[in-house]
Ligand binder design. Structure first.
Ligand SMILES: NC(=O)c1ccc[n+]([C@@H]2O[C@H](COP(=O)([O-])OP(=O)(O)OC[C@H]3O[C@@H](n4cnc5c(N)ncnc54)[C@H](OP(=O)(O)O)[C@@H]3O)[C@@H](O)[C@H]2O)c1
Length: 233
């Protein structure tokens, strides 16, 4: 049974993988993570000692089953990091349902279903990853941003509900990493949108997660990690 473990959803690639790998290599916290697809990163994390649980959270009963599996392997949780996400255009099939499931229902159920494991740690954090664009809106990603707005709202409400034992915060990033298929025009346009004009990469998320977890006076906050985008008109 794991003690003081960090649970990360959707850690098979990119930001989730980076966080899992850094917890394994730079802290003493055991790592437990969910993955949907068997990716090379999943095997690497397992070989490094992380406990991976396969789950497609769109399947009926998958969230309850995941909670049962976590409870059967973990005594206490130091943190839950709600990272799993889909980024769908409103025209995509089941766009609304899928994004509400992943960004709202899943974190809500995990926060409720695993709270006793968080209470069992000396200190505990819930950290969600939303999106800086919530503050502005998007004509074609209404459902995506509505679901991420709900995630930010839950950070505030769960902070109230679980204080003072558990801190609850949200990180709202702008561009962190491009996707493989993003073309040059799109990349240039996105880079020009913020003051820093860089693709910062996942280390800025790792820095913010560490900041949240080591600061015992920070809760109920949505941290804009947006390269200064929010101060541009
Ligand atoms: N990357 C950015 O620039 C950026 C900007 C703003 C906000 N964010 C936020 O930062 C977080 C990480 O971003 P990212 O770019 O690393 O995301 P990503 O590459 O899309 O990875 C998300 C993970 O979620 C998992 N997932 C998706 N649907 C699932 C389902 N139905 N059941 C279980 N797992 C599922 C995926 O599993 P599979 O491996 O099976 O696909 C994937 O590993 C997300 O919350 C995202 O919204 C990222």
């Amino acid at each position: 049974m794991l003690n003081n473990a960090v649970l990360i959803t959707g850690a098979g690639q990119r930001i989730g993988y980076y966080l899992a790998e850094h917890f394994l290599n730079h802290t003493d916290y055991p790592v437990i993570f969910s993955y949907r697809t068997e990716r090379p990163g999943v095997q690497t994390l397992k070989k490094s000692g992380a406990l991976g649980i396969q789950a497609d959270f769109n399947q009926p009963g998958a969230v309850d089953d995941f909670i049962r599996q976590v409870k059967s392997q973990v005594n206490s949780l130091r943190a839950i990091i709600h990272n799993a996400s889909v980024w769908l255009d409103d025209a995509a099939a089941q766009s609304f349902e899928q994004q509400m499931q992943l960004h709202v229902n899943l974190p809500y159920q995990l926060n409720k279903g695993l709270v006793e494991l968080l209470y069992a740690s000396e200190s505990a954090d819930i950290i969600s990853i939303s999106d800086a664009k919530v503050a502005r809106g998007s004509a074609h990603q209404v459902a995506y941003l509505a679901s991420k707005a709900a995630l930010q709202s839950m950070a505030r409400s769960f902070a109230l509900a679980y204080a003072p034992k558990i801190k609850v915060n949200d990180i709202a990033p702008a561009l962190i990493m491009f996707n493989e298929g993003d073309d040059l025009n799109y990349r240039q346009q996105r880079l020009s949108e913020n003051l820093m004009q860089i693709e910062p990469g996942p280390d800025v998320i790792w820095q913010t997660v560490k900041y949240i977890m080591t600061n015992n006076y920070l809760t109920g906050q949505v941290i804009n990690l947006d390269g200064g985008r929010s101060v541009i008109n």
